[in-house]
Design a protein around this ligand. Structure first.
Ligand code: SAM
Length: 247
């Protein structure tokens, strides 16, 4: 039984204000997921780690039936309070298990959330369970950092992060290559008080993710260097990997 991440328990009501990516990033994410879901036989979508609904709500507004899984009731309460939030079917639980009922055209993980599964075992199980929820020809889509870029950026020290409400946010990342883990520490100046938010991750290279996919019966269909659909190449710092369940 997975417990909600500490940041969700402590700061769900300020999560959007501090950590929402740019509107362009969200629009690109929704656009690519919309296009991908129209390229496969029709069916509902399932977001793992749905959070406050940044991606799920605009997808639902485009006419998709969207479901989600999240460990944090506090995050889901934020989603429920937004327009259309009552129309998303949500299970509270560990997204490595993908216990949500039903079969889906697309199962997806966005916002760097897949690496919040902090062991290879959990990541492998997530691939297998996601594959088990897909309709024939369905897709499992995730975004992730390229490890080399992660390591290079971690050496740059504390980085300012653009928050949606303008509160100053600084992030440091410590990377532990021996265990393929990294920890992000955020320092937020919130009404004159410093708040500390820590998130732990386990990273994996694209090739390791492809092997996990193969073990789950999935194969790589496409890989992009951004949600906008940029080519994945030597300069890419992240990737969007699109795995398919052969029909
Ligand atoms: C960084 S937020 C991203 C939310 C959303 N995907 C987005 O892009 O805006 C990650 C979400 O995943 C949830 N989460 C992290 N680990 C989880 C796990 N093992 N099982 C279920 N939810 C988890 C957190 O509670 C949080 O709501």
């Amino acid at each position: 039984m997975t417990t909600a991440p500490r940041y969700a328990d402590d700061f769900a009501d300020r999560y959007d204000a501090w950590f929402t990516p740019s509107a362009d990033t969200t629009e690109a994410t929704v656009g690519l997921l919309d296009r991908l879901s129209r390229s496969v036989p029709p069916g509902p979508l399932l977001e793992l780690g749905i959070g406050t609904g940044r991606v799920a709500l605009p997808l639902a507004a485009r006419g998709h039936q969207v479901h989600g899984v999240d460990a944090a009731k506090s995050m889901v309460e934020q989603l429920r309070a937004k327009p259309g939030g009552d129309r998303i079917g949500i299970s509270i639980g560990d997204f490595a298990e993908v216990e949500h009922e039903g079969e889906f055209a697309v199962v997806y993980v966005a916002g760097g959330t897949f690496f919040e599964l902090t062991s290879q075992e959990d990541q492998l199980r997530c691939f297998a369970r996601a594959a088990g929820r897909l309709l024939p020809g369905g897709l499992f889509v995730l975004d992730a950092h390229v490890p080399e870029a992660l390591v290079a950026k971690a050496g740059a020290g504390a980085q300012p992060v653009q928050s949606a409400n303008g509160d100053p946010v600084l992030r440091t990342r410590r990377v532990h290559p021996a265990s393929q883990r990294y920890v992000s520490d955020y320092l937020v100046l919130d009404k004159g008080l410093f708040r500390h938010v820590r998130v732990a991750f386990r990273y994996a290279a694209p090739g390791e993710l492809d092997l996990m996919a193969a073990a789950a019966g999935l194969r790589l269909r496409e890989r992009y260097g951004s949600w906008s659909g940029a080519a994945f190449d030597d300069s890419s710092v992240m990737h969007i990997s699109v795995y398919e369940l052969p029909a």
